[in-house]
Design a protein around this ligand. Structure first.
Ligand code: SAH
Ligand code: SF4
Ligand code: F3S
Length: 436
């Protein structure tokens, strides 16, 4: 039995697809690389912006013709959660709709589909949270995602995620550490701890643990070389956490710290819980402790009520922080969110202009920051090899390409950086790299 899973959206979804494939593998399915070869096609969807959702509907339109060949079609992920039964009504050729917290009901769902039923599973009660018993089929043999929490309680005014992922639930630390140990035993070198707001990890646990405590525990696992985490909420990013990052050598000097806007007025309306000044203070504090840190961010332009002067403050913040890179988006109305009640008053063309302006500014900065890598000798973890070229990442998450042998795959080596491009550093292997 062949399955094809197409993934949209964030790293949580990428990892959820690994879980989907894990479950399906235990049922005898194996993954193929195109819809046409598969007997089961699953779209693991994203609902964060209207465009993301449109992509799903146009792909479903294409899949319709496969239905005649008896293919089973399923929709998972955030659109599945958000639309539920509506999707079955709108799309008569869809066989099942399964939300992110219901991945592990897939065997039952497919049983029912076999009996000719159409199934919707979108409970959000958290009973189906990631657990060690659930199989995962990972894409990368060296770098692994590990879920530390699911859902989000922040309800930022624009955001659909709390509705699609449910309330915030942290996984017990003992489970997380056990998963990381197993990964180390399998030869994994890097783990990325995943959550919508990792800084509030532990809030609902009886363990009396916070994210710093979790990092300390994960850090003890032998064999794991590098630890990353996403996403950090600026409001909850504490000095204690920064100290932990500094004290634990395996934690990479890379922090994704989404600002969303540089204007306090806009941030207030977004419900982010910090002002422009507080954000900049956090950045200054992080830089003080970790001078070599790489910071990245997300921004939304054209939020309801965003005036030119607010946008200028965003540009100014970007100039001041000098991120290694940013993701920026035009505001998109999401039904059910608080901001959806407000007039979407920035015209589409103006949103587009602001987005282009912001991205151009950041491109210049990305290139400048990239150039500062020239001549440095840095640790690189190599995870890919093709035609005599090794590809890896620095601790600051920059992609590096060097000529080298395949045997270096899955090792951390020193690289001397030569030419720098915006998103890629070129270099050569240097002396002193440690082979694993
Ligand atoms: N938990 C993360 C973000 C998850 S969504 C955080 O708090 O930062 C990823 C990004 O999509 C957000 O950071 C935001 O920049 C963007 N986004 C979310 N909702 C949006 C909307 N309605 N319109 C445009 N961009 C949005
Ligand atoms: Fe959305 Fe805000 Fe939660 Fe991030 S913190 S997922 S932006 S509600
Ligand atoms: Fe998209 Fe859901 Fe992630 S809406 S960004 S896939 S949490």
């Amino acid at each position: 039995m062949k399955v094809f899973v197409r993934t949209y959206g964030c790293q949580m979804n990428v990892h959820d697809s690994e879980k989907l494939l894990g479950v399906l593998t235990t049922m005898g399915y194996y993954p193929v690389s195109s819809e046409e070869e598969a007997q089961l096609v699953i779209l693991n969807t994203c609902a964060v912006r209207e465009k993301a959702e449109h992509k799903v509907y146009s792909e479903l339109g294409r899949l319709k013709k496969l239905k005649k060949m008896g293919v089973v079609i399923g929709v998972c992920g955030c659109v599945a959660q958000k639309e539920g039964k509506n999707l079955l009504d709108k799309m008569p050729f869809v066989d099942f709709v399964v939300g992110p917290r219901n991945i592990y009901s897939l065997p039952q769902v497919l049983e029912e589909v076999k009996l000719g039923r159409r199934v919707v599973k979108t409970h959000l009660n958290g009973s189906c949270i990631t657990s060690l018993k659930m199989p995962v089929r990972r894409q990368d043999p060296y770098r692994a995602y590990v879920t530390v929490m699911e859902g989000c309680d922040n309800f930022c005014a624009y955001c659909v995620v709390p509705f699609t992922r449910g309330r915030e639930v942290s996984r017990p630390s003992i489970e997380i550490v056990e998963e990381v140990k197993r990964l180390a035993d399998q030869g994994y070198l890097e783990v990325t701890l995943l959550g919508q707001n990792v800084n509030s990890y532990g809030k609902n646990l009886d363990e009396g643990i916070d994210f710093s405590g979790l990092l300390e525990k994960v850090h003890e696992v032998e064999g794991i070389r590098w630890i990353r985490f996403i996403t950090s909420h600026p409001r909850d990013f504490s000095e204690k956490l920064i100290r932990t990052v500094t004290a634990l050598p395996k934690i990479c000097e890379y922090i994704h710290l989404p600002a969303q806007s540089g204007s306090t007025t806009v941030l207030e309306r977004m419900g982010r819980g910090y002002t422009r000044e507080e954000y900049l203070e956090k950045v200054a504090m992080i830089r003080e402790y970790i001078p070599e840190v790489a910071l990245t961010s997300d921004f939304i332009v054209g939020f309801p009520g965003e005036r030119e002067k607010d946008f200028q403050l965003t540009l100014d913040l970007v100039e001041r922080v000098r991120y290694e890179g940013v993701f920026a988006f035009c505001y998109s109305v999401r039904k059910g969110t608080r901001a959806a009640q407000w007039e979407d008053d920035v015209p589409t063309s103006e949103k587009g202009r602001r987005l282009t302006h912001l991205l151009q500014l950041q491109d210049r900065i990305t290139e400048e920051v990239s150039r500062t890598y020239q001549g440095k000798v840095l640790d690189v973890l190599f995870y890919d090899w093709k035609d005599g070229m090794l590809e890896g990442r620095t601790r600051t998450n920059k992609i590096v390409s060097v000529p080298g042998e395949r045997k270096h795959l899955g090792t951390v080596k020193k690289v001397r950086i030569g030419e720098t491009r915006m998103y890629q550093l070129l270099g050569t292997l240097a002396e002193g790299g440690e082979s694993l």
